[in-house]
Design a protein around this ligand. Sequence first.
Ligand SMILES: Nc1nc2c(c(=O)[nH]1)N[C@H]1C(S)=C(S)[C@@H](COP(=O)(O)OP(=O)(O)OC[C@H]3O[C@@H](n4cnc5c(=O)[nH]c(N)nc54)[C@H](O)[C@@H]3O)O[C@H]1N2
Ligand SMILES: Nc1nc2c(c(=O)[nH]1)N[C@H]1C(S)=C(S)[C@@H](COP(=O)(O)OP(=O)(O)OC[C@H]3O[C@@H](n4cnc5c(=O)[nH]c(N)nc54)[C@H](O)[C@@H]3O)O[C@H]1N2
Ligand SMILES: [Mo]
Length: 551
Amino acid sequence: MVGLATVFGAGGGTSSYAEIEEADVVVLWGSNARNAHPIFFQHVLKAVRRGARLYVVDPRRSETAQWADLWLGNHVGTDIALSHTIAREIIHAGLANTDFIGRATTGFDEYLATVEEWTLERGEAVTGVPADAIRELAHAYATADRAQLCWTLGITEHHNGVDNVLALINLALLCGHVGRHGAGLNPLRGQNNVQGGGDMGAIPNRLAGFQDILDPDVRERFGSAWGVTIQDRYGWHLTQMFEAMERGDLRAVYVIGENPAQSEADKEHTVELLRGLDHLVVQDIFLTRTAELADVVLPGSASWCESEGTVTNSERRVQRTRKALDPPDGARDDIQIILDVCRRLGHDWQYGDTPRDVAEAVWDEVRSLSPMHAGMSYARLEELNGIQWPCPHDDRLEPSYLHGRLWADDPAERGRLAPFSPVVDDPPVEGLSEAFPLRLTTGRRLDSYNTGVQSGGFSNPLRHGESIDVSPEDAARLGVVDDEWVRVTSPRGALTAPVRIDPVLRPGLVFMTFHFPEQVDTNVLTIDATDPKSGTAEFKAAAVRIEKLDV
Ligand SMILES: Nc1nc2c(c(=O)[nH]1)N[C@H]1C(S)=C(S)[C@@H](COP(=O)(O)OP(=O)(O)OC[C@H]3O[C@@H](n4cnc5c(=O)[nH]c(N)nc54)[C@H](O)[C@@H]3O)O[C@H]1N2
Ligand SMILES: Nc1nc2c(c(=O)[nH]1)N[C@H]1C(S)=C(S)[C@@H](COP(=O)(O)OP(=O)(O)OC[C@H]3O[C@@H](n4cnc5c(=O)[nH]c(N)nc54)[C@H](O)[C@@H]3O)O[C@H]1N2
Ligand SMILES: [Mo]
């Protein structure tokens, strides 16, 4: 989101799922959508069945890659190098969209100078992807009318994740694949309402509708609606919070629906910091590992199917969620708990009697303060089965794609042009060494969800436990076999796990999920190097060694 907001001013995917289905070329970059975004992947498959070509860029030949027309298996952390090589090939083949570049972008010359050294030969040597494959993707992407570039954590969970995203945005600017029906740039959001959380201002620098906290008019409008004074400085994002805990500047934390004791990188250090707080409050539907450390647990909040509200997905579509089940005895909507806390803090905000009334009244307040949501009444959301933002008017809808203004003939209408970003190749913080010769990347499997809180604890026949996945070549070299327990060590910690030999991995690359805390704490191994621009940790690149256990 930071990358898209930097270039275009708005942090959201630029297309709709319907446009994905109409695409000629779909590139999934660092995304295992087959497993992690199965519903979105159905839209991709509809395009493929229509004849679209699917390209997947992923160091592993993931299940998604197995569906692709062409898989580009790059080395972990070489995505900027790959993007620059593709760009240079597009430019030298005369396929750059000079009309769009001239009309809608700035900084092309500097960008050109940055990518010029990335010949196909150099690209192949650095990324490990054969030059022919790079050339094919470059030509297919540049010549397609409707090209969609989508990415997820393989791009963002690096110490330079934002630069990685900027490198992909450069490709779309180069080819004019943004701001038109059918062409776009789409980060797929992790949870059902991550997009909605950001849109509502659950980020350190913006209030609802991405309005800048540093803007005095914005502070004044929100402040008078709420009867409070809003601070005129940015807050901390998650990793800055942990840094502040380390310095002793952050002493109390209120966690709602997150399990950082399990999901943060360098876990032992994280738990130490959470333990050291003066006051920790956790509001969750389960008693998580984080809740076990808390001074106060606000338990039994109603889950999504037991409460009213909205969620916003990766195509920026706001959709109503309705109460389908009664919550268990004593459980309440998160919003009721939050309103009670507010009351104790001196703000007796009344929104209505029933959960439905409260949810709608809160939403109407959002619409009164956030112009991009203004036209989305509950009645209209229900009638249209969800609406994409922006929707400022209650009598019409905007196009399903963003940034159409960039194509306008009138420069005044075009507004702020989109800058190319001359980012540079920057390998993972932790290099490989004799002591730690293997690259560990971590991610997801279809059968489980994040820290396992919501997908464990009951009998789930699909779910099989954690493993350290290694290539057949590495398994042979280490003399280990399937299901044999080994020790995995990184500079931060060690654990034991069973081996799973997986041919989707190439020699030197090993893979783990982080879904099975009762069995293995994967984040004991990961590095807490973070991208200062987004606060995201480098979960995708640690260095480890694997040793046989003494028999
Ligand atoms: N079943 C299931 N679905 C989920 C989740 C879950 O836990 N389980 N979690 C949800 C959440 S919160 C999120 S954020 C999304 C995440 O969705 P994804 O980002 O698709 O999931 P990951 O498996 O973390 O990572 C995707 C891929 O990045 C690749 N990768 C690793 N390093 C690199 C690199 O340097 N370059 C490139 N190009 N690729 C790399 C990995 O091999 C992996 O296949 O999934 C959501 N959906
Ligand atoms: N090694 C490694 N670590 C990673 C990642 C990785 O790829 N590799 N990925 C990172 C990413 S992308 C993410 S998103 C994080 C995920 O990390 P977390 O968000 O910490 O993990 P979850 O297991 O999704 O935790 C969500 C919590 O919300 C609670 N919950 C669910 N519904 C409700 C509700 O309605 N109300 C309330 N109050 N609580 C609710 C659940 O019970 C659960 O405890 O992990 C990060 N950590
Ligand atoms: Mo996520």
